[in-house]
Design a protein around this ligand. Structure first.
Ligand SMILES: Cc1ncc(COP(=O)(O)O)c(C=O)c1O
Length: 395
């Protein structure tokens, strides 16, 4: 078995490769890559399944990089993957390629809303949602997630009261980044009813759907719900699953003919069509080898999560949300009673760990930091040790 622990344990030095997570850490987090640990940007420090570099190598060996005759092979591979892993039957003809999913979100805003319209998110949520909503002149409408014990839940009574009639789109993150929740079918049904009540298009970003950790509930594609088809656009990608983020690959799946025509029209008017390289990468990842790699990855992440959670739980005042999906631990420092500037300084300056600050995820994130656990275990152990030392006075 090539994808056991030893594969993921291998330390690959990414410094000096124009890598945002390591080479950009000093500037963004104030943590030097010399002796810092990069736990911010959501990519992994692992190599992808060998089928990906092998497919690229075949292109290199052939040596001619001309126009491709479309992306049908990739769309068929996507359909096979969704059926096998998520029980979601899709028509390959309903899938569009985009330049990653932030690009797909921006296209959806552009097509189905206009400047000044409201775009609803359940906050705190993936920071780029707010970034593109604001950059496109739409209004970000934050519906704050509530807490049920130690996890996030939705509170539709409150959200109904917040709606003004100017909202057009609901940007859903499922599974949820940064809270790590796998939304249940019942929760998603409530989301669909909410969208129906307020006549919102649901843009369901399911980029983390393959990263459901062992022991967690199954992910339900929003597309499997009854009666959502005419208001649903689903975003998926192989990039988060297989660590291919730099390739900027996105897939937009639309079952409704009217919505699909609008999307196709906008791609045409912007002159957008898939390049030759991303579909080759995606097709190689959505494969038997990719599935085997993913099984090994999830086992590895599960052990990293256990190690990290144990260390965090031993520090009074810190609480890590139960991580059902994603490799992004969402740690609440509220119990320390410290101001954000202080706990952040302890993590960044004393422990020398580059993290994402909770405030960037919007309302509700103020007392949190997000830690990326998709790195070799030795680094997670070292980070746990440094956190213990940085908060030793609380123990
Ligand atoms: C919910 C969500 N959507 C999209 C992305 C990134 O999409 P892309 O790199 O394809 O633009 C991320 C990355 O962390 C994410 O968490």
């Amino acid at each position: 078995m090539p994808y056991e622990s030893a594969f993921f344990d291998r330390i690959i030095d990414r410094r000096g490769t124009n890598c945002q997570k390591w080479d950009g850490m000093a500037e963004r987090c104030g943590v030097s890559a010399e002796d810092g640990i990069a736990m911010w940007v959501a990519d992994m420090d692992f190599r992808p399944p060998a089928s990906v570099p092998a497919a690229l190598q075949r292109m290199i060996d052939h040596g001619v990089f001309g126009y491709a005759a479309g992306d049908a092979g990739m769309r068929e591979a996507v359909a096979r993957w969704m059926e096998a892993r998520h029980g979601w039957h899709i028509d390959p003809g309903h899938v569009f390629s985009t330049d990653g999913l932030v690009n797909a979100v921006a296209l959806c805003l552009d097509i189905w809303s206009k400047p000044g319209d409201g775009v609803v998110v359940f906050s705190p949520v993936y920071h780029a949602f707010g970034r593109v909503v604001r950059a496109s002149g739409r209004e970000l409408v934050e519906c704050p997630l509530a807490h049920d014990g130690d996890r996030y839940v939705m509170d539709f009574g409150r959200y109904d009261a917040q709606m003004t009639g100017r909202e057009r789109i609901l940007l859903l993150c499922s599974p949820h980044n940064p809270g790590g929740r796998v939304w249940s079918r019942a929760e998603l049904e409530s989301v669909a009813e909410f969208a129906h009540r307020h006549d919102l298009l649901i843009v369901s970003d399911e980029i983390h759907h393959d990263l459901v950790l062992p022991g967690s509930p199954r992910h339900t594609p929003t597309a499997l719900l009854e009666g959502v088809e005419d208001r649903l656009v689903t975003l998926t990608a192989p990039t988060k699953t297989f660590n291919l983020a730099g390739a900027h690959i996105g897939q937009v799946t639309i079952a409704d003919a009217r919505l699909r025509a609008a999307f196709a029209e906008r791609l045409a008017s912007l002159g957008l069509s898939p390049g030759a390289i991303p579909p080759v990468i995606a097709e190689a990842a959505y494969s038997d080898e990719g599935a085997e790699w993913l099984s090994g990855l999830l086992r590895y992440l599960d052990a990293n999560r256990a190690l990290f959670d144990e260390a965090v739980a031993a520090i009074p005042g810190l609480a890590s949300m139960p991580l059902e999906a994603t490799y992004l631990a969402w740690v609440d420092f509220a119990g320390t009673g410290m101001a954000a500037a202080e706990f952040t300084a302890r993590v960044e300056k004393e422990a020398r760990i580059g993290v994402n600050r909770g405030t960037t995820f919007g309302t509700g994130g103020e007392t949190f930091l997000r830690f990326n656990l998709a790195t070799p275990r030795a680094r997670v152990e070292e980070a746990a040790e440094r956190l213990r030392a940085a908060f030793a006075d609380l123990q």
